[in-house]
Ligand binder design. Sequence first.
Ligand code: PLP
Length: 444
Amino acid sequence: MSRVFHRHTREELPSAAKGEGCYIVDTDGKRYLDASGGAAVSCLGHSHPAVQTAIREQLEQISFAHTGFFSNPPMEALADILIDQAPEGLERVYFVSGGSEAMEAAVKMARQYFLEIGQKQRTKLIARRQSYHGNTLGALSLGGNMWRREPFQPILLENAHHIAPCYAYRDKRHDESEEAYGLRAANELEKKILELGSDTVAAFACEPVVGATAGALPAVPGYLKRIREICDQYGVLLIFDEVMCGMGRTGHLFACAEDGVSPDLLCIAKGLGAGYQPIGALLVAGKIFNAIQQGSGFFQHGHTYMGHPLACAAALAVQKVIRDENLLENVQRRGAELRAALEERFGNHHFVGDIRGRGLFIGIELVADRASKQPFDPKLALHNKIKKKAMQEGLICYPGGGTIDGQQGNHILLAPPFIIDETHIAEIVDKLGRVLDSVFAEAK
Ligand code: PLP
């Protein structure tokens, strides 16, 4: 009997023994094609020799030196490689150990920035419904997924407010262009800022491509540009959460590059270290760093393991492999192929409402009725059934249930490693087809 407190307390999970490229092998020898990189993490697949070597070599040098006392070479080199490619205006990197920590740091840095510049009345935060920013209390307060928030609602931040997501499949009117819808959706932010008091809002946070709670949902063209304009007009900081969609997942190192918009604070994690070590980071605009440097001189926040040398060495190796092997090109090419194969197999499927995404970040939204877009009854817990069946088939995908008008909707998120080839694509589509046929046969 396992003595581990697994999150799924009643399920017995297979035990991962080995990683081989795009596959995980369990202790019974069963192979699973990792079509979601766990939760969009393993972007280089498993057991990449260059990353293994980098970790080993760093271990021989030094494995820990507290950042209150020291910087370290891999941390400095990783900051350089990130800032060299970062969206305009982002000049410094604050390292942490994961996505939630990156979001917590972003919120606290936004708050401290306003203290430094003498605007201490800016205490309110705005984010979007149907979003996920992490499970720590600050990040959960920003998140807009009701299922995740509900049990903890009484202890969440009271100053976190929410507007609608940019969800063209569900919210765009038939007589509306994408651009017009994008403006309408973005203008909700202006309304909310004015309602709360324009000089009381510190920051607005969103995922440029929504991951876990909506299934690779990109904003329509123009939406993020309008969001940026509104933030600038009212002096509100813009936080992009690219924990899931960043680091090449969409075919660009930073997802927001495709929208031509730069935030003031940008959170990354998952693909940064590709799962080889736990690491996240917050990229910070020069104006924020300067305000703190020239003000109190100290960011009043931190964690023991931030800037961990082994984690930074692993992430540095991951980023070098992506750069040196031109893997972003592969993400775009294989992403288009996977999307086309999914369209061909499921495009007219009775229960598939939408296939969307960017690069190798693809969502399939499942509906009970294509015409009305009616979601499945949440009581069916379809996402749990899909995950279980997929594991039986030897396929790792990331099914989820978002919140649609207070109801749970269902999607499957695919985020395979950047190194996939056409045989993996065929295997993903084939296995997913069997999974859906079987789950829908039971659900009828
Ligand atoms: N932000 C986004 C967009 C995420 O998808 C996640 C995790 O799924 C997080 C934040 C939290 O990251 P972590 O689980 O590393 O704390």
